[in-house]
Ligand binder design. Structure first.
Ligand SMILES: C[S@@+](CC[C@H](N)C(=O)[O-])C[C@H]1O[C@@H](n2cnc3c(N)ncnc32)[C@H](O)[C@@H]1O
Length: 233
């Protein structure tokens, strides 16, 4: 990244930059990749997730959806971050966009609502979802700690995502990193192991329910490099 671009990226949330971004965004709002570039979201270039998002989210674009993204960005700066929330707000023109971060965030923009809380606190997540859900889309781009990814999924997926909605887990390569509670393939408790376990739920109709417990309502699981989309049944 050039040093100029790097300086700009570190000022995501600067009011002058936001004004320029909001002028540019309407000209490119049909393309999620272009919106990511305008708002300096790394869901575009660095991670290359926008192609996959567009594949799954295009049919939802004109609907009055509710989206929750865990992880607003900007870490301990109250005013930095929010790149992807702005991108989603402009992509889903009738959407209500909610962001959750463990740090305080002061972002006051149309159709964007920010909440402060810890994604590993299941009681907090359930209360947030009772107040503002159910959601059509939930995206986990928070701590990327494997135990947190599982805690959030368990709290939100079954009861707080609408039928047909998507739960997305980003940056799943932390499944293999010890500092995020991951380990080699097969490591118990990793995000990849969670996603693998959902394949049983997709095929739940012939489960011997008495011994295997209750299946989760999963219609489909799509995995790509570092990202998974789980569709509610
Ligand atoms: C990668 S950034 C999010 C980037 C943003 N989604 C985007 O695409 O523009 C991760 C954010 O997660 C937040 N975070 C870290 N641990 C968290 C936790 N336990 N609960 C909620 N948010 C957390 C961090 O403060 C940081 O702002």
């Amino acid at each position: 990244m050039s040093s100029m671009r790097s300086k700009v990226r570190h000022r995501i949330g600067d009011q002058r930059i936001i004004r320029v971004q909001r002028m540019l965004a309407p000209t490119v709002r049909r393309s999620l990749g272009a919106l990511a570039r305008v708002y300096l979201s790394d869901k575009g270039g660095f991670h290359a997730y926008t192609e996959f998002y567009q594949r799954h989210f295009a049919p939802l674009r004109q609907r009055p959806i509710r989206l929750l993204e865990i992880g607003i960005g900007g870490y301990d700066s109250p005013t930095w971050g929010g790149a992807s929330l702005r991108m989603w707000r402009d992509y889903f023109r009738h959407g209500e966009i909610h962001g959750l971060d463990i740090e305080e965030k002061r972002i006051t923009e149309p159709r964007i609502h920010v909440h402060r809380g810890d994604q590993s606190d299941q009681a907090y997540l359930r209360e947030l979802a009772r107040r503002h859900g159910p959601f059509d889309v939930i995206i986990d781009d928070g701590s990327h700690v494997n135990a947190h990814i599982r805690a959030s999924f368990e709290a939100l997926f079954v009861n707080h995502l609408r039928p047909g909605g998507y739960y997305v887990v980003e940056d799943m390569s932390t499944a293999y990193l010890a500092e995020y509670g991951g380990g080699p393939p097969g490591h118990p408790g990793s995000s990849v192991e969670l996603i693998q376990s959902l394949l049983h739920d997709v095929n739940r109709y012939h489960w011997p329910t008495a011994s295997a417990g209750v299946a989760r309502p999963v219609r489909a699981v799509h995995t790509y490099e570092k990202i998974a989309f789980v569709q509610h049944a």
